[in-house]
Design a protein around this ligand. Structure first.
Ligand code: ADP
Ligand code: ZN
Length: 620
């Protein structure tokens, strides 16, 4: 049934009950209300048969016939004409004497008072719970949730069966999808895995910026596998009293066991799984208890049981390391912001229900929305439709999309989540510089992917290098090559724009680190000789300006600084030579990046093999 209907029906029933109650309390038609003087008159004339004295009233039975002493019947015997009465009580010291004189049976009332006392406690509480219940329902709380079972997680765990979401509803994040296909497979045919004794994942952590589709992806896994989806947000675990979160975790797993095979999805895992003792604020106890309970439960169940726990976070770095250990959330799926092709696909998906005018080119919309995530794109499609509707259009036109982009992207730019064109170009040259240098140094790791889509916090683009083999030892020349790759971005910016941007800061820091280690710890400087100066590890100790710096003299310190500067300066010169040589390729790669935002290795190789190549199409 529709919740809204449900709500109003409930309301009507409640109102009727209240009216009934009020009526029965106030307006019983059989009881006659008398004035005190009338009561006294009746008493004098012997018509009162029975009186109950309460604090504020007298009630009892009165008869129509006389009640004289000559009457043979006892005073309290009922006759057909008797009626009930009630009188407001007036201070009357003679009342008892008068009653005795009239031989009326009378008494006080105790149980009534007790009733009122209890009632006065219960009624406000009942009203409070009623209002609370209504508010919860209105706020879209779980329709099956009851307000009484606070400690049970039923009120907050949303169990969804037969989710209509499938992988077809998730676009632009194909790599993440591929990684989860195995999980779907396991949930569908657990027997196969059981028989083979294969290792089944227990916990899958989905990492990605807000709105990239983490929840959607988890739901799609449940939808594809046709298993129930139990979801709960990490923050919901911890908002209550100490101990409640832990009880919820237990309850959650109990429910899951009943529903298995199923998926448990914990959104905002970081809210609950922050490293223990990391926060300086008080009130961690509840969170830690809850986290411990989660760890216990995760260890306690068997992977064969068919429960898979998925969790989402956009801040994996603050998670308690215990959560990431083998047997817990040991499988990690990263979702990047979608690139231009991904964005087009997501837009197509969300524009499916819209009536588009033929002038709408979703590829153009995708091109204008670099940095946007799936949720932003869904928002843009929706805004465009609203805009068209406001202007009474027959179909959604490109101008509506432009309007929507302006609105959504401007908001995002303010939050510095989306780059403007000029910044994008700078980042493109920067990353192209890294990549070209990496490809022209024999010992450097090969570039697997270049992107100008922000990834994580702080980085505006990235060049991903995959080591061809595991390395335990690095030779002098290899370290120099690393320096070169790190300098590549900065030098490319210098070559093209004549100046560097702040984006290169992290590179410089890492390069300086390497150079300093080479000089002061690996003994790789001919000037200083094969000596190890333990400086780097002591760097965090408070050093007063005039204290001697560790185990070497001020002069040595200067020499180290000098050598570091030389190493970096030389690297810069080498890189400048390389990039000047390959300027055409640098331009081409930057252009390619601007157009496609990500360039895979295959496309990079094609581009590098054609030194004069202008614009190329990406094949992959
Ligand atoms: P997250 O959990 O990462 O914050 P959600 O999964 O809640 O993001 O995404 C919010 C909405 O944005 C989804 O319901 C969907 O409409 C849209 N969306 C996000 N990512 C995608 C995607 N990759 N493909 C299609 N729609 C998406
Ligand atoms: Zn860089």
């Amino acid at each position: 049934m529709d919740t809204k209907q449900h709500f109003s029906l409930w309301y009507v029933v409640g109102a009727m009950l209240i009216m009934l109650a009020v009526q029965s309390f106030l307006g019983d038609p059989g009881v006659k209300e008398l004035a005190y003087s009338d009561f006294q008159a009746l008493l004098q004339s012997g018509k009162i048969r029975e009186v109950t004295i309460a604090d504020d009233r007298l009630s009892g039975t009165a008869g129509t016939g006389g009640n004289s002493t000559t009457d043979s019947r006892p005073a309290s015997a009922a006759t057909p004409g008797d009626y009930q009465f009630v009188v407001g009580r007036v201070p009357d010291a003679n009342l008892v004497a008068e009653l005795q004189a009239a031989k009326v049976k009378f008494g006080g009332r105790i149980e009534n008072r007790l009733f009122w006392t209890v009632f006065s406690w219960i009624a406000p509480a009942a009203i409070f719970f009623m209002i609370w219940g209504l508010v919860m329902r209105r706020a879209g709380g779980s329709p099956m949730g009851s307000m009484m079972d606070v400690g049970k997680s039923k009120a907050k765990v949303y169990v969804q069966k037969n989710l209509p979401v499938t992988f077809a509803d998730v676009e632009g994040i194909d790599e993440a999808k591929d990684e989860l296909i195995e999980v779907v497979d396991f949930l569908k045919t657990p027997e196969r895995y059981r028989r083979l004794g294969g290792k089944i994942p227990k916990g899958v952590l989905i990492v990605g910026a807000p709105g990239t589709g983490k929840t959607l992806l988890a739901k799609a896994v449940a939808g594809e596998a046709r298993v129930p989806f139990l979801s709960l947000s990490g923050s919901e675990f911890v908002e209550m009293f100490v101990g409640v979160g832990a009880a919820r975790v237990r309850d959650l797993f109990q429910q899951a066991e009943k529903l298995a095979p199923c998926i448990i999805f914990i959104d905002e895992l970081d809210a609950l799984g922050k490293a223990r003792g990391a926060s300086s604020l008080g009130g961690n106890e509840e969170r830690e208890q809850t986290l411990n309970q989660l760890l216990v439960q995760m260890d306690g169940f068997d992977t064969q049981s068919g429960i898979i726990i998925m969790a989402a976070t956009n801040r994996p770095e603050i998670l308690d390391p215990a959560l990431l250990r083998p047997g817990r959330f040991d499988r990690h799926v990263a979702i990047d912001r979608p690139d231009i092709r991904g964005r087009e696909k997501i837009l197509q998906l969300h524009a499916r229900q819209l009536k588009l005018s033929p002038d709408v080119k979703l590829s153009q919309v995708a091109a204008k929305t670099a940095g946007c995530v799936g949720a932003d794109l869904a928002n843009i499609a929706n805004e465009a439709a609203l805009h068209a509707a406001r202007h009474d259009k027959m179909a959604v036109e490109m101008s509506d999309f432009d309007e929507a982009i302006d609105r959504v992207v401007a908001g995002l730019e303010k939050k510095s989540r989306v780059m403007n064109q000029q910044d994008k170009e700078t980042v493109a040259y920067h990353e192209a510089g890294h990549a070209l240098v990496a490809e022209s140094r024999p010992s450097a790791d090969k570039v697997s992917k270049i992107s100008i889509i922000p990834r994580g916090i702080g980085a505006l683009g990235f060049t991903q290098q995959l080591p061809t083999e595991d390395r335990y030892l690095l030779k002098y020349g290899e370290l120099l090559d690393r320096l070169d790759v790190l300098m590549g971005g900065r030098v490319a910016e210098q070559l093209v724009y004549g100046e560097v941007s702040t984006g290169a800061q992290n590179d410089l820091q890492r390069a300086t680190d390497i150079a300093r280690h080479m000089v002061s710890q690996y003994g790789m400087s001919s000037l200083l000789g094969p000596v190890c100066f333990h400086d780097a590890d002591a760097a965090f100790l408070p050093v007063s300006p005039d204290a001697t710096r560790g185990e070497y003299s001020e002069r040595t310190a200067q020499a180290i600084d000098e050598e570091v500067r030389n190493l970096l300066g030389e690297a810069e010169q080498r890189v400048r030579a390389t990039l000047t040589d390959r300027r055409v390729q640098l331009d081409a790669l930057a252009r390619e990046l601007l157009e496609h935002e990500t360039v895979e290795r295959s496309a990079l190789l094609i581009l590098l093999n054609q030194p004069t190549a202008p614009v190329l199409q990406v094949v992959s």
